[in-house]
Design a protein. Structure first.
Length: 184
């Protein structure tokens, strides 16, 4: 018998002063049985950092050819493709061919090894950005996970914080690879 996804509800308030984006989102996250709270919260953080009316969660871990989050324009063209974790280099190259911008949020003890193994080949993709989240940050984010969450994400001058009513997590991001300034 296959295990079913666990449903999490998040009332996410975003104050992104860097982009002048202020909105509340009532989100439903389906956590695959093999997904950890840490990975789910990194997906939620990625949503907060790129929030847009057209940004949506992908079909999940069991669907190989879709991202964790994506944003499409009105024609169905993929504007933004976001993957979380340590995706295969081949899948990222394919994503770079399909989307205008691709962002990877890598985390965990294997993140540096993953980049050392794949970085040289991925450097050629001008529309790819790779961001590493340090382990203490992702572990602290996992501590905010609850079946019903009320979270506030504040972004100001590049400083990011995610908070519930009891705890504030200061989020540090390390840009491993920047996107080219002029994209198609």
């Amino acid at each position: 018998m296959a295990l079913k996804a666990t449903i999490f509800k998040a009332d996410l308030q975003i104050a992104d002063m860097d982009r002048n984006y202020y909105a509340g989102h009532a989100l439903t996250l389906a956590r695959h049985p093999s997904e950890t709270d840490e990975r789910m919260m990194v997906r939620l953080l990625a949503f907060a950092l790129h929030a847009h009316e057209a940004l949506s969660f992908g079909e999940g871990l069991s669907t190989e050819d879709t991202p964790d989050l994506w944003q499409k324009d009105l024609t169905g063209a993929i504007e933004l493709w976001i993957d979380v974790g340590l995706p295969e280099e081949k899948l990222l190259r394919r994503a770079c061919g399909r989307a205008k911008r691709v962002i990877v949020y890598c985390y965990g003890s294997g993140a540096e090894i993953w980049w050392n193994q794949n970085g040289a080949r991925l450097e050629r993709n001008r529309n790819l950005m790779v961001i590493r989240l340090p382990a203490p940050v992702t572990k602290a984010l996992a501590g905010l996970a609850a079946r019903n969450m009320k979270l506030h994400c504040t972004i100001h001058d590049g400083q990011i914080s995610m908070a519930d009513e009891n705890e504030i997590v200061q989020v540090e991001v390390v840009k491993v690879k920047e996107q080219a300034t002029s994209l198609r």
